[in-house]
Structure formats: structure tokens, C-alpha cells
Design a protein around this ligand. Sequence first.
Ligand SMILES: [Zn+2]
Length: 106
Amino acid sequence: MTRTCAADGCDNPVPRRPGKIGRQPIYCSPACRPSRARPAVYVEAERADDSDDPSRGWEVRLRRGEHVVVLQRQLGRFSATALAADVLALLEGSPALAGQEGGTIE
Ligand SMILES: [Zn+2]
């Protein structure tokens, strides 16, 4: 038995997951699921405030609202920017764009 996606204007069927514990999905895909309640995730590549080595004082962070996870410290600027681009590409599921920083996903 299937039912229809709960998103406005979407008539895709939502398959049930027999045997799965927890809530059954009511949207057909992540794109239809409202996620506006959560702040976006930012990938940051910035010079760390407490760095005493200007050439390798960069760090890469993931931020959602006030929640920050430092992925790597003690990077050079180029390495930090490249890592941030890779992480952003992973989060967005798209190829990395060289030099991209401060991108956002939802
Ligand atoms: Zn849908």
C-alpha cells in the first residue's frame, strides 16, 4: 500500500517501509521535506583567532547556528580552502569547485 507525498503540489507515491521501526515517511524525497526550521549548515575556512603562525593558522569548520565542529586546524590557506570545498561538495553532492568558501546548504 502506498500513499501520496504530503508536500503541496507533489503527487508522488511514498512507499511504506514494512518492518522499519519509527515514523513512516510522509514525503517522497528530502527535497519535499520542509527543513526551514533548522538553520543552514555553513562550511567555514578561516584564520583561527588564537593562531600564532600566520602561514598555517587556518582551520575548517562546520557550523549550524551556534553548533560548530572544527574539522581540521593548523592548515595553510590553500589547504583550508580546498578542504572546505571538498566538504561542501560532499554535503551538496556535487563536484568540488576550487576556491569556494563560505558556501551554504540546507
Ligand atoms: Zn514529494
